[in-house]
Design a protein around this ligand. Sequence first.
Ligand code: GUN
Length: 305
Amino acid sequence: MACAARIRDDVAPRIAAFTERHGRPPGLGVVLAGQNPASEVYVRNKIKTVAGAGCRAELFRLDQSAPVEEALALVRRLNADEAFDAILVQSPLPEGMGKDAEQRIFDAVDPAKDVDGFHPFNVGLLVQKRPALVACTPLGCIELLEREGIAMKGRHAVVIGRSDIVGKPMAMLLLHRDCTVTICHSRTAGLPEIARSADILVAAIGRPGFVTRDFVKPGATVIDVGINTLTDEADVTRLFAAGSKKRAAFAEKGSVLVGDVHPDVEEIAGAVTPVPGGVGPLTVAMVLRNTVTAAELRATRKAAM
Ligand code: GUN
């Protein structure tokens, strides 16, 4: 069974137990502002998975032109609503909300309901190796490594990308599993050489096909976090050989999903996660697991008060 399906199976008894004990299922409120096409797909998948597992999952939409105050008011309403144990505000937010909107809104989410683990309180707990709610994508990557039996202790892990959503929490999680961790980014000098020394290579830089064969040590485990949509034929022709699967997919649909890792890497790596179908479903499975974890943690805290 695929890893994401096993995770969903593992949380099923926890959902049943919570629902029986509290007379209601764990609840997730998802806030989606604007009409970003990729966000529409992600949010639909998250809601479908969480609701399909027997939790409550509700979508709250805001207009593309909604001011940041409206998003803040919605988050505060969900913070106060006992039916919701978990809150997810999909990123990116519309540009019109202002430059610091994301920070302000993530800061406003009750840390106990912070299913994404983006609140500074939860980031601090992660850094101190006492994690409660951890960002779903890096958590899904770690779950995959553990379930596939990939050794981490003492191994060199290289994370390409330093975002708050993936790169930084990923590095922390690998560190806490005794990897020696290097974080690389767009300004790193000699990136291919550093990447080539990795036993575990995580690509989360948001550049299609960026990690080529020369970045990869033979036999290394490569995790591709990138999800890039190519719509320009010139990009597809430049990146992929005639007769390749990516070219065929583009010819059929006029667009193609491409990770940060070039498909040629498959020939040299020990294992590579595919795009689509690799890290994406794991992220969604972790939204489900974190929803249940948030519900349980909140119930325990209430009982202790
Ligand atoms: N946008 C891209 N990835 C994520 C994620 O993991 N959580 C949220 N809230 N938005 C995202």
